[in-house]
Ligand binder design. Structure first.
Ligand code: URA
Length: 436
């Protein structure tokens, strides 16, 4: 088999066989196929697309490019969730303990933030001592012991995706349905979970800009999950403004803790209850989402979700005093409110720009490997549709120095559109795509 033939075949719009896809993926992962050939192949896939059968074979080949975790000896069913990435998305920190407290084991490998979106690993690392580099053996042992684990992706989890994603990022080939589906689903398959809830975001702070595109992506992943023998369901949720009030690592951990203590922003609480309910329904723990929401709310109210969160922090080496007394979490030296420049209604937020303001402050990465400051971030005080009063704080910036603060301030003012006409509040969810 020759790589050039595989590139030409896809360039000409033909379907690749499973063997050709596997040859390409394993060859590229080993380093036998150079980046320039892989880039040409990616562009051919981007322009010509892939059939569902090809997408399934690509996903399997990518999943098999590294370790495949088998969790069946730990629990017959392990739940996981995946968000396609957003601003202020601390949902995993709340939902994983809720679901585990309801008796469904949760085993999750998760990522760091890049660009305007945050990552759960970064948020958890605001807690001194918390380890996010568990080995597959440690992952399984902890899952068996306490029924919950959240760690970074091991080096050898779907290594084909690691290489291909970096190449897609610099070759204009990220926004391709088969490439996104295979990227996300290969990691989920290799992570070993059997019941997977996908939270596909849509809007100004998301990768997908229209509900139609997000639904198409979600439906393709749900269908693929079924074909590959996993229980997969999806929600299409709004990302046209930050979720909750806070954006920034330690601030988000504190907000997640508040929700686990029956406090915190109503939108975040409701979002978490719905995601948890869908996970519980997928896992067969409840008959439907209504029962799931009740059970999830009860796990918060009776303190069992909070106890599970504490157990997670302790098991992974985190200093539990920092979550018991979240005021101990990293704090930025400067806190400054930005007054609303005018009266009116908050009509629109460019959520990606709010995320970028946190990158300006040092709380996110412009490129892989950048160090981040866990203490900095932004607290928003209004949601779309709210009446805004001139001079009251629109946002509060938590910064480490004034130069960064001024940069973030300019961006945040630009990101908020205030106008005289009232607008309706945004929904939290647009669509649910049930397991098929
Ligand atoms: N998230 C991923 O993991 N991969 C993609 O291709 C897009 C979003």
């Amino acid at each position: 088999m020759r790589v050039i033939d595989i590139i030409e075949k896809k360039r000409d719009g033909c379907e690749l066989t499973a063997e050709e896809i596997d040859f390409f993926i394993q060859g590229y992962t080993r380093g036998d196929i150079p980046d320039y050939q892989a880039a040409a192949w990616l562009m051919a896939v981007y322009l010509r697309g892939m059939s569902e059968r090809e997408t399934r074979d690509l996903t399997l080949a990518m999943a098999r490019s590294g370790d495949m975790l088998d969790l069946s000896d730990v629990a017959p069913l392990v739940a996981d969730k995946h968000s396609s990435g957003g601003i202020g998305d601390k949902v995993t920190l709340v939902v994983a303990p809720i679901v585990a407290a309801c008796g469904v084991p949760v085993g999750k490998m998760t990522g760091r933030g890049l660009g305007f979106t945050g990552g759960t690993v970064d948020k958890l690392e605001s807690i001194p001592g918390f380890r996010t580099d568990l080995s597959p053996q440690e992952f399984k042992a902890q899952l068996a012991r306490i029924g919950i684990v959240i760690t970074g992706q091991s080096e050898n989890l779907a290594p084909a995706d690691r290489k291909l994603y970096a190449l897609r990022d610099v070759t204009g080939t990220v926004s391709s349905l088969p490439l996104i589906v295979s990227s996300i689903m290969s990691k989920k398959l290799a992570g070993g979970a059997t019941a997977i809830l996908l939270d596909v975001k849509v809007g100004s702070g998301a990768f997908m800009k229209t509900v139609e595109d997000a639904s198409r992506l979600a439906e393709a992943m749900v269908r693929l999950g079924r074909e590959l023998g996993r229980r997969v369901g999806a929600l299409v949720s709004d990302m046209n403004q930050p979720l909750g009030w806070t954006v920034g690592n330690a601030l988000e951990v504190q907000e997640a803790i508040n929700v686990l203590h029956e406090d915190g922003p109503p939108d975040l609480r409701e979002h978490c209850l719905v995601v948890a309910a869908e996970m519980l329904a997928l896992a067969g723990r409840v008959a439907d989402s209504t029962e799931g929401v009740e059970l999830a709310a009860q796990a918060i109210a009776d303190g069992s979700a909070w106890r599970k969160f504490r157990a997670l922090i302790t098991a992974q080496g985190g200093d539990v005093r920092f979550v018991d007394e979240p005021d101990r979490l990293p704090r930025a030296p400067i806190t400054e409110p930005i007054p609303a420049p005018t009266d009116g209604y908050l009509q629109k937020v460019d959520a990606a720009q709010v995320g970028m303001a946190v990158v300006d402050l040092g709380g996110g990465r412009e490129k892989k490997g950048d160090l981040i400051d866990h203490s900095v971030g932004v607290v928003v005080h209004y949601k779309v549709g709210d009446r805004v009063q001139k001079g009251t704080p629109l946002c509060t910036i938590h910064a480490s120095d004034r130069v960064r603060l001024e940069r973030a301030k300019a961006r945040l003012l630009e990101a908020h559109t205030i106008g005289p006409e009232p607008v309706p509040p945004l929904p939290l969810f647009y669509k649910k795509i049930p397991q098929q």
